[in-house]
Ligand binder design. Structure first.
Ligand code: ADP
Length: 476
């Protein structure tokens, strides 16, 4: 059953059956209608003929006053002749519906209570075709010269002859139908494989591509649909290639970044061991401090990578709840205050109104604290980091402005890339991983927000963040 259904999944099989149905059903219906039409035409023409004959007989019965003398030879000869013409039977009934004459000599003297005879007693001419015995019977009332009902004429015809003709017709039509069905069958097979061909080609081309044959692009242009599919496939493929390239670049960057502190640790440790027992304690302590700071750096990179991976996940990982943004930003700034004081940076918060935002608090605080931390890090003693918080009926706006080093114009487009650092030498000294802004951007995107940067080298940098007050759930 399942196998049958799976076959109907195929475009070729479906097209084949549709053509077969369209071809065969109408021809069967037409044949049936045709036969019924022919039969009814034959019946109606015979009915007309038999009614005329019945009228003639009625006239003779009246003119010879047949009911007074049923032995009347002229009328009886006429009745027998009519019976012979129709290869059937003629009966004459009087006004009490008693059979006065039956050409089969079977019913004479009996009263006939048949629906059609009774109808004729009431003045109707009737006809009836018996499909089982293939007989056609016509009944007609007889009226005398005064218009009085005096009896009924009943003529039964054996319709065997047109049934034989119909049978002959039927066999010719069946023969033609068989030829037609064979032609439709061949036609359906050809058309269905012709229709499915481009899709088979498409599948083969994709199979070949996945085996590594061809130049990596799909070009099945036999019909418009496969041409469109090829174009969409090529677009998707090039996106995948880009994604793959960026993934590879990311992996190589990660490996490189993780290797650097390890290499430093190795070099430092080897230097100490190569010096043997005579290492002065100060040098020993200095090298150990360097080793600890390299390990700290390695830990920070790993932590940042983990945060980034979390940010790459989907909607399902968002733990959204309404959060008082003023309190959250205050808390972040309180946490960063010791670092700011150490570097003699002034931290200022300006809240224009109370703001509540639906968000994932952990992810969003990471984004904001990265921005403020950068403002402190890439700053000079005596500088400031100014954070302002505002909202309208739809969005919450956060601005982080610093009086720091600024970002060179050519770097502005790249600072949100993973591992990108604007001023390599300076950044190394300041100690970052190049992942902070990538994490920030991802976190803001997960809240369907936006982040913009403006900076002047030597004067400072401003980051503007905008997030919707109500969290927009992604459509499944
Ligand atoms: P990092 O860990 O290096 O700080 P980020 O992704 O946070 O990495 O920042 C990327 C680069 O952008 C930094 O290396 C720095 O050069 C530059 N940058 C970020 N924020 C600021 C800022 N407030 N002032 C000046 N430069 C900045």
């Amino acid at each position: 059953m399942n196998n049958m259904l799976s076959k109907f999944h195929s475009l070729r099989v479906r097209t084949f059956f549709v053509i077969l149905l369209i071809g065969i059903v109408p021809s069967i219906v037409t044949s049936i209608i045709f036969f019924n039409y022919i039969r009814s035409r034959l019946i109606s023409s015979d009915v007309t003929d038999m009614s005329t004959q019945a009228a003639l007989i009625s006239n003779e019965i009246v003119s010879y006053d047949y009911f007074s003398n049923p032995q009347q030879l002229a009328v009886n000869i006429e009745l027998s002749a009519t019976g012979n013409v129709y290869s059937g039977r003629v009966m004459v009934l009087d006004n009490t519906l008693k059979v006065v004459h039956d050409t089969y000599d079977l019913y004479e003297g009996r009263t006939m209570v048949w629906e059609n005879v009774i109808k004729s007693a009431y003045g109707d001419t009737t006809s009836d075709y018996d499909t089982e015995n293939h007989t056609l019977t016509v009944t007609q009332p007889i009226y005398d010269d005064l218009g009085e009902f005096i009896g009924v004429v009943l003529i039964t015809e054996s319709a065997e002859y047109f049934e034989t003709n119909l049978e002959y017709c039927k066999s010719v039509v069946i023969l033609i139908s068989i030829v037609l069905i064979v032609v439709i069958f061949v036609f359906a097979t050809l058309i269905s494989s012709f229709t499915a061909r481009p899709f088979v080609d498409l599948k083969n081309s994709i199979d070949n591509l996945s085996k590594g044959f061809g130049d990596g692009t799909l070009n099945v242009n036999s019909i418009k649909e496969t041409e469109d599919i090829s174009e969409s496939f090529n677009r998707y493929n090039s996106q995948m290639k880009l994604l793959d390239d960026s993934r590879q670049e990311f992996v190589s960057n990660v490996s490189h970044e993780l290797k650097t502190p390890l290499t430093s640790v190795k070099v430092l440790a080897e230097s100490i061991t190569s010096m043997g027992d005579g290492v002065p304690i100060e040098m020993y302590q200095e090298f150990m401090t360097d080793i600890v700071s390299e390990i700290d750096r390695e830990t920070k990179i790993v932590n940042d990578l983990l945060s980034l991976v979390k940010m790459d996940k989907t909607d399902a990982t968002m733990d959204v709840s309404p959060v008082n943004m003023n309190e959250l930003v205050e808390l972040i700034m309180r946490r960063l205050k010791p670092i700011a004081e150490k570097q003699e940076i002034e931290l200022v918060l300006e809240s224009f109104r109370p703001v509540t935002v639906e968000m994932d608090e952990v992810k969003f605080s990471l984004a904001i604290s990265n921005l403020i931390e950068n403002g402190i890090k890439y700053n000079e003693a005596g500088g400031f980091v100014h954070v302002s918080l505002n909202a309208d009926h739809q969005y919450c706006y956060i601005r982080v402005e610093d009086s720091g080093l600024g970002i060179p114009e050519e770097s502005l487009d790249h600072i949100f890339e993973r591992f990108y650092r604007a001023d390599k030498s300076h950044s190394r000294e300041i100690g970052g991983t190049g992942l902070g802004l990538a994490i920030t951007q991802n976190a803001i995107r997960m809240h369907h927000g936006e982040i913009k940067v403006a900076s002047t080298l030597g004067e400072g940098t401003t980051f503007d963040v905008r997030v919707p007050l109500n969290y927009i759930k992604e459509e499944a």
